[in-house]
Ligand binder design. Structure first.
Ligand SMILES: C[S@@+](CC[C@H](N)C(=O)[O-])C[C@H]1O[C@@H](n2cnc3c(N)ncnc32)[C@H](O)[C@@H]1O
Length: 300
């Protein structure tokens, strides 16, 4: 955590003039997708009001099988994601974890710097896909999602913002991976839900460019879950190049999510997961985490 964190800004000068998104921090970008950071219970009032009572009740019902890190039956997962793709629902639901999303996006942005062909796994309505596309007009960023409605919303948002270096594909990663080669594949809280992680990783490996990397920020809060994730990577012949944590805060809770960078084959670093998770726990206990919106607005 020690070093100062600078806001990341879009290089507007190099953007095509047709791209009419106006401003450039991660916080502002997510806001365009209805994702806002709240530090207080005000969130519940705002989210309830935005969604309305019946949509909020339906989200709660559909959310039950989609608990953290659990792989449940694909049909209920798909129903949940199709429903929350509704623009009135996506923002309020995701805002509950706005800082997780923002901090993961910040970490991913710096890891993929200089890489041009990118695949965003589980792109939802495309908030990460378009952010990465905006960082470099020479980039081509592909988003893939199981939910047809998410993909439609992603394409609609990209068009609305005049962002042309993205494309969105509907597909279930358990059966299909878009054609590469990709210099970077990013995974924010998606691979944790697939049924056959090793199978998906093997298919992904085949689409990686030489020296391509997989950057994964799963919501895995326990060493033993991360252990299975690393074992799957190893089985699929991905070598872990680095392991760190992304820290986030929001609505009275601080979280640490692993950030794993892996490449095809080659050396795997040894990760002492028990120690890593203990250290993360100490960091979380040691004081408040600066939220991405504080970092973006330069608040001390
Ligand atoms: C928790 S959301 C993460 C969204 C985004 N990556 C983020 O971090 O803000 C998971 C996304 O993955 C998609 N998804 C879940 N299982 C999938 C699968 N088997 N194939 C493709 N997409 C999937 C969901 O539809 C959803 O949009």
């Amino acid at each position: 955590m020690g070093h100062p964190i600078e806001p990341i800004r879009v290089n507007w000068r190099t953007l095509n003039s047709k791209q009419h998104v106006q401003s450039g921090t991660i916080t502002e970008h997510l806001k365009r997708y209805g994702i806002r950071t709240f530090s207080s219970d005000e969130y519940w009032y705002w989210a309830g009001k935005r969604m309305g009572r019946s949509k909020a009740a339906k989200v709660d019902k559909l959310r039950e099988p989609v608990v953290e890190g659990q792989r449940d039956d694909p049909a209920s997962l798909r129903r949940f994601y199709d429903f929350i793709a509704d623009p009135e629902v996506y923002g309020p639901v995701t805002s509950q974890q706005a800082d997780d999303v923002a901090q993961a996006l910040r970490a991913i942005t710096s890891v993929v710097d200089g890489r041009t062909r990118i695949l965003d796994l589980g792109c939802s309505i495309g908030h990460m896909t378009t952010w990465l596309a905006l960082q470099d007009p020479d980039r081509q960023v592909t988003g893939v999602d199981i939910s047809p409605r998410m993909v439609r919303e992603a394409a609609r948002h990209a068009t609305m913002f005049g962002i042309r270096n993205t494309q969105f594909v509907q597909g279930d990663l358990n059966e299909f991976v878009p054609e590469g080669p990709f210099d970077a594949v990013i995974d924010a809280a998606t691979l944790q839900y697939v049924d056959d992680l090793v199978g998906v990783l093997i298919r992904l490996r085949e689409q990686m460019a030489p020296n391509g990397i997989l950057v994964s920020v799963p919501q895995l809060g326990r060493a033993r879950d991360a252990m299975s994730f690393l074992a799957a990577l190893k089985y699929a012949d991905f070598g872990v190049r680095s392991f760190s944590f992304v820290y986030a805060s929001g609505l009275g809770r601080n979280v640490a999510r692993p950030c794993i960078v892996a490449g095809v084959g080659g050396e795997t670093i040894h990760v002492d997961l028990t120690r890593e998770f203990e250290t993360a726990k100490e960091v979380l206990a040691s004081g408040p985490i600066r939220t991405m919106s504080e970092i973006d607005t330069g608040e001390p």
